[in-house]
Design a protein around this ligand. Structure first.
Ligand code: GNR
Ligand code: NI
Length: 172
């Protein structure tokens, strides 16, 4: 188990399209363990492998409120089977876009097919924060960040701020 460095915008790595996993083996399980450690250490509720520089279609998540009751979830090669026409708005943040938040509309509910930690095929009806978070994470697999949904002006302001923070080495 290890805490990895989370890549932040602007960085081209975050724009890579991640590759499907052929088999959930030891290497993938180790990656998922490291991702979970990294996510908990950063106080996040989800993390995609590309955020630690690995372009594999793997996501970890834990949306439980109680710190003492961890509920880790693992999604390998997730596919959205069905998404709601009804949208819901949620104030999103991203560990790769530190300290920036914006209201984003996404389908309220969605159905996901995926492989779990042991490579078993699963089906999940996601709603609420779970649905929002999984869609945010699945965007990472396509190289998409939540700021891509904002106006050009808002997006460029955020990227400018983040570039400045990087160049002045102010890490927040
Ligand atoms: O920790 C996170 N919180 C969050 C809040 C609202 C919508 C999505 C998220 S995901 C984010 C962690 C992250 O960047 N995952 O990619
Ligand atoms: Ni994110």
């Amino acid at each position: 188990m290890a805490i990895k460095t989370i890549i932040t915008e602007p960085n081209k790595i975050l724009r890579q399209v991640s590759i499907s996993v052929e088999k959930v083996g030891k290497e993938e399980q180790r990656l998922m363990d490291d991702m979970l450690d990294t996510m908990y250490a950063a106080n996040g509720i989800g993390l995609a492998a590309i955020q630690i520089g690995v372009p594999k279609r793997i996501i970890v998540m834990d949306i439980s409120k109680d710190e003492n009751k961890k509920e880790p979830r693992y999604f390998v090669n997730p596919i959205i089977k069905n998404k709601d026409k009804i949208k819901s708005t949620y104030e999103e943040g991203c560990l790769s876009v530190p300290n920036q938040f914006a209201e984003i509309d996404r389908p309220k509910n969605c159905d996901i097919e995926y492989l779990d930690y042991n490579g078993h095929k699963k089906f999940l009806k996601a709603e609420g924060l779970l649905a929002t978070c999984i869609q945010h994470e699945m965007d990472h697999l396509e190289g998409i960040l939540f700021i891509d949904y904002l106006s050009k002006l808002k997006k460029s302001m955020i990227i400018k701020k983040l570039s400045k923070m990087k160049s002045t080495r102010i890490v927040v």
